[in-house]
Ligand binder design. Structure first.
Ligand SMILES: [Zn+2]
Length: 341
């Protein structure tokens, strides 16, 4: 193994951390996972930094075998996908409740970089997964949105091969768009958000896996619906309607060519794509405008065996996020001027 030819990517979740070593030197430039390591996540700022460092050390040991090299001897850079509010330009996270990182935040890129003597970039996990999926599907310049349906719900948007983060790092946060004013209270404080009616946790609140089933709620729901269970069919169709609303929102806002369904619930696979496509067609029945857009034909599901968040994070390590343009001065001029009466 030539030294420093690999990139390392970490997908840090509330219970597990997945580390992958990625090779991008193939002629087709496709990212290839050459080794991986999995660890339980330590919580709190210290726990997160420590787990990330240990995961990378374990990964380096696996790549180098007997030699047990250090991460800095093997990797050109490290990318991390992590939930919560991520300031990618500064490598900081705040408000990652599942990881025990609160408003005090964590300068993850700086602290881990110092500890490992390696460049580290940090990105929101859904954004990282969007980039990983775009790379796996070899989308090139094709515009896409990755809709993550997991514990929460959010989308990552990749336009012309580049992530669209937005100046407040909130691009694609459609999980907190309310769609039912009488719906359940959401963790964000609003009522009836998409996340509260169509995420993996929303499904788990409405469907208990059948006795003897070891499947997560989402997969069991689709299996029961396929077996003819009336209640399961009703819940599946309602969830699919809300997911179709999310897809429509993405397509009508950024007009992407492709919408990739991902996250834990997407482990359902083709039956999920089919249910959402059917809902989109149903909703377009009375609308020549929607029918003309043919949103159902733009859907796909992320391949189950691909750790897209970790791969996408690794790819980000070779193209660190740009420092955001200085918008304040321009906005001062636009927003603070007195308008004529
Ligand atoms: Zn919400």
């Amino acid at each position: 193994m030539t030294e420093g030819t690999l990139l390392a990517g970490l997908d840090i979740g509330g219970s597990k951390v997945l580390a992958v070593a990625v090779d991008t030197s193939a002629a087709d430039r496709r990212a290839r996972v050459v080794e991986s390591a999995r660890l339980s996540t330590g919580l709190g700022p210290e726990g997160v930094v420590d787990t990330a460092a240990r995961a990378l050390t374990a990964l380096a040991a696996r790549v180098s075998g007997e030699g047990a090299a250090l991460p800095r001897d093997l990797f050109r850079g490290v990318g991390i996908g992590i939930p919560g509010l991520v300031d990618a330009a500064r490598g900081q996270i705040t408000h990652a409740v599942n990881l025990g990182v609160g408003t005090g935040g964590l300068a993850l890129a700086e602290r881990l970089g110092r500890r490992l003597d390696l460049p580290v970039v940090v990105e929101n996990d859904v954004n990282a997964a969007a980039l990983g999926a775009a790379s796996h599907l070899r989308l090139g310049q094709v515009d896409m949105a990755y809709l993550s349906i997991g514990t929460g719900m959010a989308a990552g948007i990749v336009l012309g091969g580049e992530l669209r983060r937005g100046p407040h790092n909130a691009a694609g946060e459609i999980g907190h768009v309310p769609v039912d004013s009488n719906g359940p209270l959401c963790s964000c404080g609003q009522r009836g958000c998409l996340e509260s009616v169509a995420s993996g946790s929303a499904i788990a609140a409405r469907w208990k896996p059948r006795e003897g089933s070891e499947l997560p709620a989402g997969q069991d729901l689709f299996a029961a619906a396929a077996d003819g269970d009336e209640e399961a069919r009703r819940i599946r169709d309602e969830v699919a309607d809300y997911l179709a609303a999310a897809v429509r929102m993405l397509a009508l806002t950024v007009d992407v060519d492709l919408i990739v369904l991902g996250g834990g619930v997407a482990e359902v696979g083709e039956p999920l794509r089919h249910a959402v496509a059917k809902a989109l067609d149903r909703q377009a029945t009375g609308s020549p405008f929607l029918r003309g857009l043919d949103l159902a034909a733009r859907l796909t599901v992320v391949p189950r065996d691909q750790p897209v968040a970790a791969i996408g994070a690794a790819l980000l390590a070779q193209s660190p996020p740009p420092v955001p343009a200085e918008a304040t001065k321009v906005l001062d001029g636009v927003l603070k001027q007195d308008l004529p009466a």
